[in-house]
Design a binder for this molecule. Sequence first.
Ligand SMILES: Cc1cc2nc3c(=O)[nH]c(=O)nc-3n(C[C@H](O)[C@H](O)[C@H](O)COP(=O)(O)OP(=O)(O)OC[C@H]3O[C@@H](n4cnc5c(N)ncnc54)[C@H](O)[C@@H]3O)c2cc1C
Length: 408
Amino acid sequence: MNGTAVVVGASVAGVRTAQALRREGWRGRLVLVSDEHHTPYDRPPLSKQLLTGAWDAARAGLLDEAAARESGIELILGAAAERLDPAGREVHLVGGSVLPYEIVVLATGAAARPSPWRPASGLHVLRTLGDVTALRRDLERPGPVVVVGGGFIGAEVASAARALGREVTVVDPLPVPMGRAMGDAIGRLFTGLHHRHGVATAFGVGVEDVTGEAGALDVRLGDGRSLPAATVVVGIGAVPNDGWLRGSGLPVDDGVLCDEHGRVPGHDGVYAVGDVARWHHPGRGGRVRVEHWTNAVEQAACVAHTAVHPGSPRAHAPVEYVWSDQYDWKAHIVGRPASAPTHRMIGDPGGTPARFAALCSDDGSRLTGAVVVNWPRAMLRARRMTAAGTGFAAAVEELSSTVVAARA
Ligand SMILES: Cc1cc2nc3c(=O)[nH]c(=O)nc-3n(C[C@H](O)[C@H](O)[C@H](O)COP(=O)(O)OP(=O)(O)OC[C@H]3O[C@@H](n4cnc5c(N)ncnc54)[C@H](O)[C@@H]3O)c2cc1C
């Protein structure tokens, strides 16, 4: 493999793919392109340590110039790819530069879903280092904060804003926003967590409009209520950065469509990875797009292996996994607990601190997912047992005996 590999997008999926390409034996030129001006950084700390101020931006770094040089990675920053020509095997950058390639890996991720409301100022989304800097500046201003969207990012922003002493209300049209990821029964425990930390919730009601300006915003709800806010944060999901591929002939539909190895069918040498990839998941019998850090890391390893060793491609068929830090809860979600009708609670969600594992089963016979809080060993076991398809009763038994052993 002596040609040029171009990786477009330099966050966790792009960086990990570039590093893995070298490890797998890519000896040719290796170019990593980013439309951001910062050296590559990680996003999970944006809504956690960077928002509270516990970390500075450098701690979220993924790859600096020296490490890139050492790995033989050419880092091109502040240069958006604007067009892909898969027949001519070229990536065209804004400004006119052209990068010919033998393989190209599309790792352009996702962007925050834009806010439908446009007050003069004071409204934020959270996806980039620039976003967190601007939001943190506004959170220093006294006055209430309204968070629109009670999913992971909204919940983490609420938690960080409380840590900064702000009065917070979270609004979401769903009655139990966390239920989307973990089912309503477990999701309600997270609603209780917000309330215990002094957060007000307006769930089951949507936002009609946000007007005003920073320091004096008005959030009008669907039920006629009006919430005053100094700052509004909108966390209503993400959309894949696939618009630049329009016209390339690649199959794009809510992400780049690819097979279980990350290969884009019909386009030799083109791969997709991370939040932008909608790949065929062998275990799920269809295509999925997953917006979680661990998925990007694991898929990067598979794609790099497949690209360097096309004769022995490696399939990406993970058990989903995501973590979230909210107040004093370190939550881990394994598999797809939201759809599971059977749950079994082990440990104590009401303890101080809480420590529990809610084990879940789609069919009542196998462990298919779990929500684990403040219990790292149980999380590791739950991930292992879910991947192995361990029987539900055996999984309950194994974790229950851990609790008993810990008490003895
Ligand atoms: C605030 C926040 C907190 C999160 N917390 C967690 C968490 O606790 N746990 C968890 O599992 N996951 C978390 N995630 C999700 C996780 O960060 C993402 O799944 C991960 O970042 C995906 O990586 P990626 O490289 O595929 O995409 P991205 O991180 O979106 O990176 C894509 C990169 O490509 C660049 N790019 C886009 N278009 C172009 C172009 N045309 N040319 C060049 N470059 C381009 C982008 O600017 C970006 O730098 C969080 C995400 C956010 C935003």
